[in-house]
Design a protein around this ligand. Sequence first.
Ligand code: COA
Length: 157
Amino acid sequence: MTPMPATAAVRVRRAELSDLDDLVALEEQSFTSDRLSRAQFRRHLDSESAQVLVASANHRRFLGTAVVFFRKGSQRARLYSIATHAEARGKGVGSALLEAAEHEARRRRCHALRLEVRTDNHSAIRLYERLGYHCVGEHKGFYEDGSDAWRYEKILR
Ligand SMILES: CC(C)(COP(=O)(O)OP(=O)(O)OC[C@H]1O[C@@H](n2cnc3c(N)ncnc32)[C@H](O)[C@@H]1OP(=O)(O)O)[C@@H](O)C(=O)NCCC(=O)NCCS
């Protein structure tokens, strides 16, 4: 794959059907458990209560993804998943995806964005804290493999 220049402008768009192969491949590379299946991604693409975002830059059509869930009657959105292709990390893709997720949550009149993160996932925790997320609790055994999670939240203004 062509390397991404550090200065490339990251764009974030809504995922389409044609992204399904990339979404599933990135999910498999990024996570060992709690993965979204192709059928789940497919459903989320059309769902009112989910938003699947895709990051691209210049000629690279698919660099990463974020999945946000919304619930009727709740002003708290949930970032279910975020992942950047391994060779595109450290270039602002994750930050752009998270900011786009926040934008979408604000657009839907949500007051907060919540997420869970493995307690040993230091790069993700750094990203969340840098963008203003605060730890609001712990969830023991949250993941399918029994790992613990921190819960983080950002109040959206
Ligand atoms: C967590 C994850 C999404 C971060 O994505 P990313 O694209 O690397 O995120 P960013 O590039 O925005 O930020 C990462 C670092 O790069 C730095 N950075 C951002 N833009 C930069 C640029 N243009 N030049 C140099 N460094 C840059 C950031 O300051 C940040 O530094 P930090 O680690 O000290 O905070 C990514 O590591 C990943 O996909 N991990 C595997 C999946 C995962 O664990 N997901 C989270 C749990 S659901």
